[in-house]
Design a binder for this molecule. Structure first.
Ligand SMILES: [Zn+2]
Length: 137
């Protein structure tokens, strides 16, 4: 877990394409887009920094067996990673279970943390239905 700058492991191209297709069928998930401010922040920080932030958020807010305020621990806005978490259903343990088959009630393994980060970063690089630099209309 020392090399957070590298592309995170745990998500094949095939698995991402499959997940993307499922997320695109959810009206709730597919409406998330980076607003101008988040997109500018993402472009400014760059992918390695966003990846570090994703590890920090997932590690602190999702990885514990009983996360604090589970179901409400991920703000709806304020950081591109938060938006990506809602868009990819990696926002809380309930969504991780329902969408990604990762059981709640126990700590996430390092592999599961890496997987969640990989999903978040995949969305930030290629969100379902659009480009992160495309702010909508
Ligand atoms: Zn959730």
């Amino acid at each position: 877990m020392s090399d957070h700058d590298a592309q995170p492991p745990g998500l094949t191209r095939e698995a991402w394409d499959d997940l993307r297709a499922r997320l695109a069928r959810s009206r709730f998930r597919s409406r998330f887009r980076l607003n101008e401010r988040d997109a500018a922040y993402a472009a400014n920080q760059g992918i390695p920094t966003l990846c570090t932030h994703a590890y920090e958020f997932v590690g602190a807010r999702l990885a514990p067996a009983i996360p604090k305020n589970d179901g409400r621990q991920t703000p709806m806005r304020g950081h591109p990673v938060f938006v990506a978490q809602h868009a990819t259903a990696t926002c809380c343990r309930g969504c991780l279970h329902k969408w990604h088959r990762i059981p709640a009630g126990r700590p996430l393994s390092d592999d599961e943390v890496g997987y969640a980060v990989a999903v978040i970063m995949a969305w930030l690089g290629a969100p379902p239905g659009g480009d992160p630099s495309d702010t909508g209309d």
